[in-house]
Design a binder for this molecule. Structure first.
Ligand SMILES: *[C@@H]1O[C@H](CO)[C@@H](O)[C@H](O)[C@H]1NC(C)=O
Ligand SMILES: *[C@@H]1O[C@H](CO)[C@@H](O)[C@H](O)[C@H]1NC(C)=O
Length: 296
């Protein structure tokens, strides 16, 4: 708004006729004119109690309200703008530039409509009645309102809350006292030492999970070797292959090797007797010298 002059110059007309005011370089007479956004408008007659600019137009502020440069009838109580329309805050609510009647004094917007935040909930943009009871227990599950003490929401699916110890396993609700979730699958919970092995539940006191394969725990000092189990007191895991443990606890590729009697030559286990000076043995093949290893 670009209001240059409001005051009515009652006693100074002679001076005004000479000087006046400027509206984009054009002189005008503020006693009868007003400059609205660089446009000179005639002031309405004296009936207009409170003239003002609205965009390039003149409005009477006692009867009109200006919203985004559009003149609107002035709402009676608490005028405000909703986009380029005027509304009454006392009785209406503006949601996404749309005017709705105000459901109550506690109104808030839910997407494009108004709702009472004490009795209603906005669930994914939908107005829902709050469940009866403690407000703190009200929650949304997708588009629906639930009482969290009675229902549980798993991936937007409402399910009965059978105990206080409920949890979600993907979209299924389960009771953590008697069930467990393994890889999004509900399992009966083992009584002792529950653990997951892939999507299955195991008793880790007596079972073992090796690479997703369930085994009964071997005796001794159990360990996994790939997806198998072994007793590390008697066996050694060499690149995922179970071998008898030999003195020295060494692997030669996927085999175990006893370095007191054997050698690991080019990834193969050789008897030391065959290679008294080391791993290499020379062989002449078609006139070429080639390094070879044992022939086991
Ligand atoms: C809304 O609030 C106004 C002013 O605070 C009060 O006069 C009126 O009684 C209230 N209306 C309701 C329905 O609570
Ligand atoms: C165990 O591992 C081996 C080697 O990776 C594989 O071939 C076999 O399918 C696996 N067994 C199971 C039951 O997963």
């Amino acid at each position: 708004m670009n209001v240059k002059v409001f005051v009515v110059f009652a006693f100074c007309c002679c001076w005004l006729k000479v000087g006046g005011e400027e509206c984009r370089g054009v002189t005008y007479d503020p006693s009868i004119e007003i400059c609205c956004d660089d446009v000179i408008r005639l002031l309405p007659d004296s009936q207009v109690a409170d003239p003002d600019c609205c965009g390039t137009e003149v409005i009477d502020r006692t009867t009109h309200f200006c919203c985004e440069r559009k003149a609107r009838y002035r709402p009676c109580h608490t005028p405000d703008c909703c986009g380029n329309n005027a509304f009454d805050r006392e009785y209406q609510i503006c949601c996404k530039r749309r005017i709705h009647s105000r459901p109550s004094n506690n109104s808030v917007c839910c997407n494009e409509v108004g709702m009472d935040q004490y009795t209603q909930l906005c669930c994914d943009g939908q107005v829902r009645q709050r469940p009866i009871g403690d407000d703190a227990n009200a929650d949304c599950c997708g588009y629906e309102a639930i009482d969290k003490t009675k229902k549980i929401c798993c991936q937007r699916i409402i399910q009965d809350r059978l105990s206080a110890e409920m949890d979600c396993c993907a979209d299924i609700a389960f009771d953590k006292n008697v069930a467990m979730c393994c890889d999004s699958v509900v399992n009966v919970k083992p009584v002792e030492s529950p653990a997951c092995c892939g999507s299955k539940a195991i008793n880790s006191n007596v079972q073992m999970c090796c690479d997703g394969v369930i085994h009964t725990q071997p005796s001794g000092s159990p360990a996994c070797c790939g997806n198998l189990t072994m007793d590390t007191l008697s066996h050694i895991c060499c690149e995922g292959v179970i071998n008898e443990r030999k003195p020295g606890d060494k692997c030669c590729n996927s085999m175990s090797v006893d370095l007191s009697t054997e050698r690991c030559c080019f990834g193969k286990v050789c008897a030391q007797a065959d290679f008294p000076t080391g791993c290499c043995k020379l062989e002449i093949v078609k006139g070429k010298k080639t390094r070879i290893c044992c022939h086991k």
